[in-house]
Design a protein around this ligand. Sequence first.
Ligand SMILES: [Zn+2]
Length: 325
Amino acid sequence: MSRLTIVMYHYVRPLARTRFPAIKGLDTAAFDEQLAYVQRHYTVIDISQLIAALDGGEPLPLRPALLSFDDGVMDHYTYAFPRLAARGMKAVFFPPASVAIDRKLLDVNRVHYILASGADLGAIVTYIDARCTDVAAEWKLQPVAAYREQYWAANRFDPAPVIYVKRMLQHALPSRLRAMLAAELFGRYVSSDETAFAEELYMSVDHLRVMATAGMNIGSHGDAHHWLGRMDRSGQQKDILSSLRLLEALGIEHDQYTMCYPYGDYNADTIDLLKASGFKAAFTTECDLANVTEAHRYTLARLDTNDLPKKADAAPNVWTERANA
Ligand SMILES: [Zn+2]
């Protein structure tokens, strides 16, 4: 059968007209072009069609595509939702429960904004290293050189210093210390009012309800956007169950529950817990076309928006060719 192309989006906004134009996001003009490209080459499906196909019901149409939006940022309501609706496209949105309900700024977004603040990257690295050296004994840290050795490495999205800052502030350091350093850097370079910032950055439950009523699907992205695969089973269970408060508040049908792993991170415990809680499918950040089979139900691969052309009339690229195969 034909494989499913799942596209992953994060920030989508008119970058040049925003306060942080350096944020790594998709410009709305490019988003418009990509939606037109997707419409030319694919049939966009929704979550219920995916779940039906996984359950052995109605097979998917030819060259199916599913659009997914992570992290619950306001961009999705302001810029993506009206564009999707205008084209009659459905999509699935994955807001962490704590951002929609408690309006808490996530580490992941704090770090994105620090990096987009215009502050010198070298100065940010120096600040982190100096603070880690200062508090090394108190927090039982490794020497800075050991962190450098482990995390100073480019990936397909970011150069080495950016990955280093992200990994140090996202999981390498003890959680209370990294939260403290991220808050210090955020206060210094981005904003002194995190609460107001989060209020502006994220969709509320009411925004999500409007989208759900219009036929968009909302899935879980955890409660506090943790690296689930690095947590013990009971910690994972607590976060996953707590994330359900958002799906319940939105009245999402239990047989439509899906999970998108924060940071694409999960392990065998995560999958067991999802099965036990009645989740029907789960999405990773593995870059590939998804196999819509029982064996891959909780490990569905996704492409990043940058893996597909951002021109309506672009020739089919390698991923589109593969979807045709
Ligand atoms: Zn996320």
